[in-house]
Design a protein. Structure first.
Lengths: 326, 326
């Protein structure tokens, strides 16, 4: 992985990706005690940064291989990113999802033109189903994070952050990133290393699912004890990736951990002050910026708001309970 | 009023205003039966386009006059736009608000550094209070819409729309604008006349408060029968302005009218598909694009989403009731 791969991904994404805005509010600055800049990736196509990696991976395939189509395992944001990119390239996409996935997510993925193959989580083996389909149809598997062209795609968000932060006069400080398997965090870290060396990426995770923070602390890949039971479902993964972890270990500052309640408060603050919709997993970086200021360095902090695919019930629970997030 | 005034306002706003994104979703295109591009002014500073006009008016004052401060009557978005602009210019702002205004809006306006003067709607005369304060302190009144530099400021949104639409390959069609007194609509209409003559501004209003639509139809200023009782409170005004109406009469297409329920459905669609927060009055243009496709011309339609300052209860009522807005 290197910056040239990220720049090549940016060239492939040019004219397709949204350059999402860096938002701010004096009310958020007051909570955090410093300037807070929010990279609003919830405004990206398909409602999360995953569009970047999906497009990057699909567009990087050799034409004759791509033509056969792609396959992905996902019940969430990665599914929609890959489906959107595949449709725009005019190729088939198969998304393998558990049959108990939320109906809206299944409908959305179908709505983006993908073939959704459902499996029974209790009795069927997802990988076996995927391998059979891939072999039968010559489909290429697009992994959600531990895949170089996916990391390169997510890294394009880091190129934008470097340029947008410089335009705001911010050249050093922490860039907090909502972190699951580490694709976005490692991609941003690589982009910042090359383009904004005074900015440092730091992963943020929910309490109880802090595999990346513990892995960074221990210098070796650590796993979560469980991989379900969090409202931050979009960023829950078993462990950091084999490709993403070494990048994070080399470039990132220590990880931060927030409570689910802090993620919900940050959703409320983003609703009231920024007018954006965040899902719980997409709000943990902003939560760290607002509610853990003592663990953050610098006069300004950048928080990546990674996604906004959330049901009305979960969203309303947060914004009604936590007012304006103060 | 002319394009030079809008361009001068854009120069004064440069580096201060957010160039808000033009958002889209294939799911919205499907509802409308054509491409839908949403100019997300809810992401502007203070959560609405009113920042543009407030900044334009404050920054256009001669230095010695500005120094004394400004005054505005508003319980809503105009108050916050003027307060934000005044603070950034280091001058005092007095906002005269009814004592029964929502506490959050009073708190927000104070939070932006303004002096809030409350009056009793039943027993006190707002204009008399304002005139006395203005005279005592040499404050300049910033009117909400019928003021040339305010119209010029709102027109900068039209300059951005012209450039962004061209970048999307859209050079003709309707630009639907949430319309109260007509400051935003007339400003955008003037900008489009000069920069994108194939695009045509059209005002959108809630049912029962369609003074602008009726005024355009009759060729003369008509009033609303009532000026309260709509959830679209941000865009309810007694009648179009003396400055804004002739501009709209010369340049705009006919007005569109939507129901409150359609505004709420559009809020739900924007939540689910665009991840932005709209207030009811800020959603009427999108509602017209989605639910009145037969009244719109062209292969693509641009809807201005003018603001997002909405309480959690009203927002949740809409998004829980109307799902994804289909």
């Amino acid at each position: 992985m290197n910056i040239e791969m990220i720049e090549a991904a940016a060239a492939r994404l040019d004219g397709q990706v949204r350059r999402t805005p860096l938002l701010s509010s004096p009310f958020l600055d007051e909570i955090a005690g410093r300037r807070v800049l929010v990279k609003a990736e919830c405004l990206q196509h398909t409602g999360s940064f995953k569009f970047r990696g999906g497009w990057s991976a699909v567009s990087a395939l050799p034409e004759d291989q791509r033509r056969n189509g792609v396959i992905a395992f996902s019940s969430g944001n990665h599914a929609q990113g890959v489906a959107f990119a595949a449709r725009a390239h005019g190729i088939p996409a198969v998304i393998v999802m558990p049959s108990d996935a939320p109906r809206l997510k299944i409908a959305n993925t179908r709505g983006l033109g993908a073939e959704v193959v459902l499996y029974d989580r209790a009795h069927e083996d997802r990988d076996a189903i995927g391998a059979r389909l891939a072999a039968e149809r010559n489909l290429t598997l697009i992994k959600p994070f531990d895949e170089p062209q996916v990391i390169a795609g997510q890294g394009t968000a880091g190129l934008e952050i470097a340029a947008q932060a410089a335009a705001e006069g911010v050249t050093d400080g922490d860039v907090l990133v909502c972190c699951g398997g580490g694709g976005l965090t490692s991609g941003i870290a690589l982009a910042l290393e090359a383009k904004a060396p005074g900015l440092r990426a730091r992963p943020v995770e929910p309490e109880g699912f802090d595999d990346v923070a513990r892995s960074l602390e221990n210098g070796a890949i650590m796993s979560n004890e469980r991989t379900s039971g969090s409202i931050c479902d979009a960023i829950i993964t078993p462990a950091p990736g084999k490709l993403t972890f070494p990048i994070m270990a080399r470039l990132c500052g220590s990880g931060l951990v927030v409570t689910e309640q802090q993620a919900q408060r940050a959703m409320a603050a983003a609703f009231t002050r920024l007018k954006i919709v965040l899902e719980p997993g997409g709000a943990v970086a902003l939560a760290a910026a607002l509610y853990h200021p003592g663990q953050v360095a610098g006069d300004a902090v950048i928080a990546v708001a990674s996604g906004g695919n959330v049901d009305a019930d979960i969203f309303c629970d947060a914004i009604k309970r936590f007012g304006d997030g103060t």
